[in-house]
Design a protein around this ligand. Structure first.
Ligand SMILES: [Zn+2]
Length: 394
């Protein structure tokens, strides 16, 4: 017995956890995440699964059937990601990977002999916490992002992605026809439905926009208020506009990251760079929302004597998960949409039938240290995943 769900979970619990906040820092290819990758290889080895890693660092541990199909045709993948947002929770990502290994154990205990290849996957840089692109690993694996573009992405220290991984072409998903991702719920939909586990119907369209606001650096004391070109004012107004527009439309808009230059207490800043994360129930609604924020930002910039440049860094359209697969995975579970992006959305958009299972999160808090799922609910998730996979690999 290679270790049950709870022992695997307690092995991972200390990795990358901040003593100060209780949150996790598991950015890709930095020490905590490298430790998780080593753990993944050990978990695979303990189950005699062969690990395949593509040139971007995406991992799959394969359970081969006695008579594999040529080229792995009809393969089934299940898993999630191991990286976290900065100061994130324990569950977002690793719950799906640990549950995948646990579900595979359940299947073996029940004597299941797969007809199809089953892979436990961990896609890299799902959160975009280091190189700024969400779902970067899965986008590269399906070819939705080209390596020529991705290799030039840099982290906050100026390290290029191309200097961290080899890059090239991924063959990891050849033959994969089905993907099931189990994930902690990032809202209170299951709490409201009084259910431990549910399935996903669709992912809202979402994207990231970089706002470069340029003004003029100056002395905080000697420069009269009316003589300033202060991009911080433009930024402040832009944040308020984003919040108001999203509220009015019932959508989501967040400025969660900002960089200020020169970042001195006694200086009017010369430049503010900030990132807008926006999500909406339809692509049209998202376009309206982001256009309204940009328009108000530009109006304010005129009054402030500053300049606004808006660059779209990523955009994902609405993704509806495969209805037939979702029906097989969900059975009598509640089915609900999500405002969060996932690798399952990237794979579905690339033509791989995908479905998601969600595990109840009592507070609904996610991307923060308070993210949580109870052990009983996690085990219910493992059981639901195992039941679904038994059908899918037959
Ligand atoms: Zn996630």
């Amino acid at each position: 017995m290679p270790g049950d769900f709870e022992s695997m979970w307690s092995d991972l619990a200390p990795v990358g956890r901040s003593a100060a906040t209780g949150g996790y820092f598991r950015q890709p290819w930095l020490p905590a995440e490298l430790e998780l990758r080593a753990w993944f290889r050990e978990a695979a080895a303990a189950r005699a699964l062969e690990v395949e890693e593509d040139p971007f660092g995406n991992l799959v541990a394969w359970w081969d059937p006695p008579q594999p199909a040529a080229g792995g045709a009809g393969s089934v993948l299940t898993g999630s990601h191991l990286d976290s947002v900065l100061d994130g929770g324990a569950y977002d990502g690793p719950l799906g990977v640990v549950s995948a290994f646990a579900a595979l154990d359940v299947m073996r205990e029940r004597g299941v002999v797969p007809v199809r290849r089953l892979g436990v996957s961990a896609f890299v840089e799902e959160e975009g916490s280091r190189f700024g692109r969400a779902c970067l690993g899965s986008r590269l694996a399906v070819g939705a992002t080209s390596w020529a573009d991705a290799r030039e992405l840099t982290d906050r220290d100026g390290v290029r992605l191309g200097d961290v991984v080899e890059g090239g072409t991924s063959a990891l998903l050849r033959g994969v026809e089905t993907y099931v991702e189990l994930h902690v719920e990032q809202g209170r939909g299951l709490v409201d439905r009084d259910a431990a586990v549910g399935a996903g119907s669709a992912i809202w369209p979402h994207g990231r926009w970089r706002y470069d606001l340029a003004g003029r650096a100056d002395h905080a004391g000697t420069t009269r208020m009316e003589d300033r070109a202060d991009p911080m004012l433009t930024y402040a107004m832009t944040v308020l506009a984003a919040n108001k527009q999203a509220r009015l439309a019932g959508q989501r808009a967040t400025f969660g990251r900002v960089e200020v230059r020169p970042n001195g207490t006694n200086a009017v800043p010369s430049r503010v760079t900030a990132w807008l994360d926006a999500r909406a129930e339809s692509s049209e609604a998202l376009a309206l929302l982001t256009a309204a924020v940009e328009r108000q930002s530009r109006e304010r910039a005129e009054r402030d004597g500053t300049r606004v440049d808006v660059t779209r860094e990523s955009l994902s359209g609405e993704v509806s998960f495969d209805a037939a697969l979702t029906g097989r995975v969900a059975r009598d579970l509640p089915v609900l949409p999500t405002q969060a992006g996932h690798d399952a959305g990237i794979l579905q958009a690339a033509g791989i039938a995908s479905a998601m299972l969600f595990v109840r999160n009592p507070t609904g808090v996610s991307h923060a240290p308070d993210e949580h799922a109870g052990t009983d609910d996690c085990l219910a998730g493992v059981a639901a995943l195992a039941d679904a996979l038994i059908v899918l690999v037959a």
